[in-house]
Design a binder for this molecule. Structure first.
Ligand code: ZN
Length: 433
């Protein structure tokens, strides 16, 4: 064990706790003005357009109907007052996360957790509980749905042709996710039926989605979510391929296959449709490899050179890859797994990261934005005694975390930080929380 790093880290957390205390005080003052964090406001009882997604009709999901996808988000406490910004400038936080990769052990855990509460079925809430404060406080929280979803009653399937319990969506919605990307190499595992069912189930859960589609019309329309402060954020998602399954010639719109020219055109359309920001999710890279491939770095450079794409969230590799600045923009090459339980659960695939990017409007109302803060929140999958996703900074700051666990978490945190910074991200301004 590297004692020097541990000491440094303890000091770091005291600084972090101090910073958070200041933020909490500032934020509690601001609460009276802005109504508090999203998904908790009293507005949830109303049925108007701005009502929270929990009560919103599902039919709007995935549509391009700009402005209709109102989210009850409010300003996040983090990054509320970036240095150098006008005090009235709007800020918005975008949170990404790694693959939702549901292996059989995860639905067995969800069944056990439901049973422990004397309820039938599957409850993924306890698996996800630790990250809820982070996901709820983001203005836009994006999940990456790696696999198709089965009917609620199953049958469920793991690798290689996944068909996961849709009950996971209840937990994702509950902890504050707004949308999920559905372009992955597994998108076509269950064919056209699987794509349609997955999107129907996301709609029913009140989660927006992008990356696959049920019709040419749906595919042609950008997903644009409007936050509570009126910021319109478009999301795009593409995958490098579908495990050898061709996109059917009759349904070329079924799943988004990576093509730089196609992506640039879609981003342009989104900006023309009124998006303030375009967040691009890329399913790319080589599995189990921390270093981005030459293709990833070349594509990041081409895509971020366009004025229409503001940030890239990368997924698929099942391990954490570095973040890097390309010009003035950021790419998170690989966010690792979020929840997973591989048959051979090595450390690499238990590690993940939630990037949180803060954008600030240069002058209020100008619709011109700069990325003012890049953060990374490391996560870890506990596999004993229960499968639990762990927010590492929170667990390390918690005095009740037991010594043995603390050592495991600290080691994971140190490894993840190393991967994130392997291309010099810390020197470029990345803050690992
Ligand atoms: Zn994948």
């Amino acid at each position: 064990m590297d004692q020097g790093r541990l000491r440094h880290s303890h000091h770091y957390y005291r600084v972090i706790i101090g910073r958070w205390a200041a933020v909490v005080i500032l934020f509690s003052v601001a609460l009276t003005a802005c109504g508090g964090p999203k998904h908790t406001g009293a507005a949830s009882a109303s049925g108007n357009v701005a009502a929270p997604l929990l009560s919103a009709p599902p039919t709007r999901s995935g549509s391009a109907d700009p402005g209709s996808n109102s989210s009850p988000a409010s300003a996040s406490p983090v990054g509320a007052s970036p240095v150098g910004a006008s005090p009235t400038a709007r800020t918005v936080t975008v949170l990404g996360s790694g693959d939702v990769l549901i292996h059989p052990a995860l639905w067995e855990q969800a069944a056990a957790d439901a049973k422990a509460e004397n309820r039938p079925g599957y409850d993924f809430g306890p698996i996800y509980a630790s990250i809820a404060p982070v996901t709820r406080s983001a203005d836009l929280a994006i999940c990456e749905m790696e696999t198709p979803l089965a009917p609620p009653g199953g049958p469920f399937a793991g690798w290689p042709n996944f068909n996961a319990p849709p009950q996971v969506l209840t937990a994702l919605k509950e902890i504050g996710y707004d949308s999920c990307t559905t372009a992955s190499n597994h998108t076509l595992d269950q064919g056209l039926t699987g794509v349609k069912r997955t999107l129907d189930e996301l709609d029913a859960a009140g989660l927006k989605h992008t990356g696959s589609a049920r019709s040419a019309r749906e595919a042609a329309n950008s997903l644009i979510v409007t936050t509570a402060s009126g910021v319109r954020i478009a999301q795009l998602a593409y995958a490098f391929g579908f495990n050898g399954i061709p996109v059917p010639a009759e349904q070329p719109w079924l799943a988004n296959l990576t093509d730089v020219a196609t992506i640039l055109a879609a981003a342009k359309r989104a900006k023309q449709a009124g998006a303030d920001l375009v967040v691009l999710s890329m399913h790319w890279g080589t599995e189990y490899q921390h270093a981005p491939t030459a293709e990833q770095t070349a594509q990041a450079k081409q895509l971020l050179a366009a004025p229409d794409i503001d940030v890239i969230l990368g997924d698929h590799t099942h391990v954490v890859q570095p973040f890097a600045k390309v010009g003035k923009k950021w790419v998170a090459y690989g966010m690792g797994n979020q929840i997973s339980r591989h048959a051979d659960p090595v450390n690499d695939s238990r590690e993940g990261v939630m990037p949180r990017f803060t954008f600030t409007e240069t002058v209020r109302g100008s619709h011109k934005w700069t990325l003012t803060k890049a953060e990374a929140i490391p996560t870890w999958m506990d596999i004993t005694p229960r499968l639990r996703l762990v927010d590492l900074p929170a667990a390390l700051a918690d005095p009740n975390t037991k010594a043995g666990q603390r050592a495991t978490y600290q080691a994971a945190y140190t490894r993840i930080t190393g991967y994130l910074n392997s291309l010099g991200a810390s020197g470029q301004g990345l803050v690992v929380d």
